[in-house]
Design a protein. Structure first.
Length: 202
């Protein structure tokens, strides 16, 4: 009887320990913080694409401009999605309301294009600029797996604005205005554009 009781008690203790292990593991994981960035071809190419698109650093580095970094990184990102479709979260396009709202705006843009003053110009703008932004938006949405991916893309924006700030203080042209100085223009932006970009970064 004593051995049976001891075995039973030991069994109860082991069960209790097994039940408390997940709780302890979750507490330890929370203390360690979120897992590190899981980088792959898609996330790295999107990170670099954001940097070169916003900073437009290729406009001041001719060797880099020859490589066409925007188009190259664009192709790498789309190729990564096509070759490894399981590495993205397609459900993100339906999980929240912003993608659905963007889809509604696309439908409205397509339906309203024939009623513009210049149908050809409207269609040209949609294919040359608008749809490229939509594809980038979709790539960013399906590339997000956790909050770490969001942080990665936010840091890409911060880094690109840092490059812009460095360029504005070194190579961009400035002029005197209202008792101070202001940037006249860059290879891609004017002073007002730069103000909006910097304000968003802040």
């Amino acid at each position: 009887m004593r051995e049976t009781v001891k075995t039973g008690v030991a069994g109860e203790v082991s069960v209790a320990a097994a039940l408390t292990q997940p709780v302890r593991a979750s507490k330890q994981a929370s203390r360690r913080g979120p897992p590190p960035y899981a980088l792959d071809t898609l996330r790295v190419s999107l990170f670099l694409f954001i940097v070169v698109s916003i900073s437009a650093v290729q406009g001041y580095l001719r060797p880099l401009a020859v490589l066409r970094p925007g188009i190259t990184l664009w192709g790498v990102a789309i190729g990564a999605v096509l070759l490894a479709p399981r590495g993205v979260r397609w459900a993100n396009l339906r999980a929240t309301w912003p993608p659905r709202a963007i889809g509604l705006l696309v439908v409205l843009a397509v339906l309203s294009a024939p009623f513009g003053l210049a149908v050809g110009a409207s269609v040209k703008f949609m294919f040359s600029a608008y749809f490229r932004v939509l594809v980038l938006f979709a790539l960013l949405v399906i590339a997000v797996r956790s909050v770490n991916d969001v942080r990665l893309f936010v840091w890409a924006y911060v880094l690109s604005t840092g490059v812009l700030a460095l360029l504005s203080m070194t190579v961009m042209k400035v002029e005197s205005s209202f008792g101070g100085t202001r940037v006249t223009a860059s290879s891609m932006y004017d002073a007002n554009d730069l103000g909006v970009i910097f304000l968003t970064a802040l």
